[in-house]
Ligand binder design. Structure first.
Ligand code: FRU
Length: 612
């Protein structure tokens, strides 16, 4: 109190450039005007903890080192209270004169108002940032950033036994901003290790989504097996940039000739692969607002030729087209091959907001020729029938002809409002993408959890070979270890029943109901009473999947991890990913059927334990 009276007094006496309130020897605050503050820093090898308040607007922060503007970033600096802190690393500027010039977003008329911000009192320099998990809803076996906001997975590649995963990251807050490529690696697609950010915003803009691939032929001239990344530079407009890594994806050098692709209209999220048949790089780019994908080729990743476009008028067209992928996949049990073109769209997903549509067809190296149905129409196909799988793309250079993919487990409708703070958003389980021929003669993509996931299986807490269920529910306990995270697998033979329901519940009466409606051949997922749901009107909705069954039997694998439920049905023929935020873990699974009894077989519940 005395301190703040003193400060206000000082502000009245001293004119525009006011120096006061040194928090420590190493931090000096100078308020130059109502919306303009200098944070002067000394002290090497340290991190500055920035106090963040999520509900306020972003301040613009210019990092000035020895008088030169080094970089600019944005952070929601605390005005009345601090929700959490994020670190700004000053160690790269050791021994230099560092000023963070803060331009406030708040319309202020007096210096006094500016001085009262909570942020100034709470700035601290620390040697290490404490990343210990403080979040109830942080998943155990899904990838999450250590802290900060994450959206799309980016630039994934496999090399020398290591799966690399980059992601759209805001290191300075848990809402979207400052897009940077965060980086994690895994040797088993289950346990993830965090690495320093790989590509930071630069002169051409922030770093939006993109892809990576290994240059096995040294086509770009940076050296054999260099890792090449293409991403969107988001500056005043969106252009496409190239970066190269000589240390297996740890750090990237930005190609000085960037941008390598420019267009007059919004285009982003380049996804490329080396085509051994044409000996050219093929790149697919989302022509976002034109609702189409553009296909380019290049001999060297620098000179690109537009070959064709695909999509105008096809599939879901209302949303913005984003994050494409294009890959050739063998069709199960037929020996044929099909090309799958992934097109993430937002909004206009199947249940509102974000969704993943895809097209099957053929590709001649330049042009994608889409499959049509018997009437010559192009059917809209969805890869996931939940609300929370978006921006899904594949790993490049995967071994053994595999096509592993991963998505961002959220939805733009409410991603910034979900009840977490230290971090926001996880990735989906890595899944294997395959293609199968449906009973209607159409080709469909399927998603199965990658086989590595099985290594997490711990004790088998339920193991029922066969049981019959009817109206009065049979109840089974979920494992209590690890916040109840588990895998449930079972087969349902509905017999003469019309509906078979699986209900997850906790002692607070919170529940998720999954219902197999036999006649319509659909599985629905209702999270209206699943726990915290009122942070967004778009959250508590029911999602529904066609089960793509040859018979009425339905097999399910269900993965529960703290704040998500992923369902893979009929050997991956449909997938459904939904977030849930129960106040305490679900502890019971109840199974019942309506209008007759049904048979449940090969029913197993495993506790899951990631190795780390
Ligand atoms: C998709 C997306 C991309 C873009 C990125 C920006 O979620 O909008 O199109 O590159 O997010 O973070």
């Amino acid at each position: 109190m005395i301190n703040s009276i003193l400060k206000k007094g000082l502000a009245l006496i001293i004119a525009s450039a006011t120096t006061f309130g040194a928090m420590s020897q190493d931090i000096k605050i100078e308020h130059l005007s109502p919306s303009h503050t200098f944070i002067r820093l000394t002290g090497a090898d340290k991190k500055l903890l920035l106090p963040i308040q999520e509900s306020v607007d972003d301040a613009k922060i210019n990092v000035i080192v020895d008088g030169k503007l080094e970089r600019t970033f944005y952070a929601r600096l605390a005005r009345n209270k601090t929700d959490f802190t994020v670190p700004f690393d000053i160690s790269p500027y050791k021994g230099k004169n560092i000023i963070l010039e803060v331009v406030s977003p708040h319309n202020r008329t007096s210096l006094r108002e500016a001085q009262d911000d909570a942020a100034w009192e709470e700035l601290r320099l620390v040697d290490e940032f404490d990343t210990t998990n403080r979040e109830k809803f942080r998943p155990l076996f899904h990838h999450t950033p250590e802290y900060g906001w994450m959206n799309d997975p980016n630039g994934m590649f496999y090399k020398d036994g290591v799966w690399h995963l980059y992601y759209q990251w805001n290191p300075y807050g848990s809402k979207w901003q400052n897009m940077t490529w965060g980086h994690s690696t895994s040797t088993d697609l289950v346990n993830w290790q965090h690495h320093p950010a790989a590509i930071l915003p630069n002169g051409l803009g922030t770093v939006f989504s993109g892809s990576s691939a290994i240059d096995t032929e040294n086509s770009a001239g940076f050296g054999k097996d260099a890792v090449l990344a293409m991403y969107t530079s988001a500056g005043d407009n969106q252009t496409q940039s190239l970066a190269v890594s000589h240390d297996n994806g740890e750090t990237f050098e930005i190609y000085p000739g960037n941008p390598v692709i420019t267009l007059e209209s919004e285009a982003r999220d380049p996804n490329m692969f080396w085509n051994p048949e044409t000996k050219l790089w093929t790149l697919i780019l989302a022509h976002a607002l034109d609702h189409e994908m553009l296909i380019f080729t290049s001999p060297d990743m620098k000179e690109w030729t537009l070959q064709s476009s695909f999509g105008k008028g096809f599939g879901a067209q209302k949303g913005v087209w984003e994050c494409p992928d294009l890959m050739e996949i063998e069709v199960e049990n037929t020996g044929e091959k099909k090309w799958v073109l992934i097109c993430n769209i937002n909004p206009d997903g199947p249940f509102g907001g974000s969704g993943i549509q895809y097209f099957t067809g053929d590709f001649d190296g330049k042009k994608f020729i889409v499959d049509t149905d018997d009437n010559g129409n192009v059917p809209t196909k969805w890869l996931d029938y939940g609300k929370d799988n978006y921006a899904l793309v594949s790993w490049s250079d995967a071994p053994d002809g595999r096509h592993p993919v991963i998505g961002w487990m959220s939805n733009w409708q409410y991603a910034a409002d979900v009840p977490t703070t230290q971090f926001r958003s996880a990735n989906t389980l890595p899944a294997e993408m395959n293609v199968f021929k449906g009973t209607d003669g159409q080709y469909y993509a399927s998603l199965k959890p990658v086989r590595e996931i099985d290594s997490m299986r711990g004790s088998l807490t339920v193991n029922v070979r066969k049981t019959s269920v009817s109206k009065s529910p049979k109840k089974y306990s979920l494992p209590s270890v690890n916040k109840g995270i588990c895998e449930i697998s079972l087969n349902i033979d509905p017999k003469k029943s019309k509906e078979v329901s699986l209900t997850l519940s906790n002692p607070r009466g919170e529940q998720v109901i999954m219902s197999y409606e036999v006649e319509s051949g659909t599985l629905s997922f209702n999270r209206e009473k699943s726990g915290h749901v009122d942070f967004s009107k778009d959250f508590p909705v029911e999602t529904k999947a066609p089960v793509f069954g040859k018979t009425k039997n339905l097999s399910l694998r269900i993965f529960i991890d703290t704040s998500s439920i992923e369902i893979f049905g009929n050997n991956g023929r449909f997938a459904m990913t939904n977030l849930v935020f129960p106040n305490e873990p679900y502890s019971t699974l109840s199974i019942s059927s309506a209008d007759g009894s049904a048979e449940i077989s090969d029913f197993k519940i495993y506790s899951l334990t990631p190795n780390n």
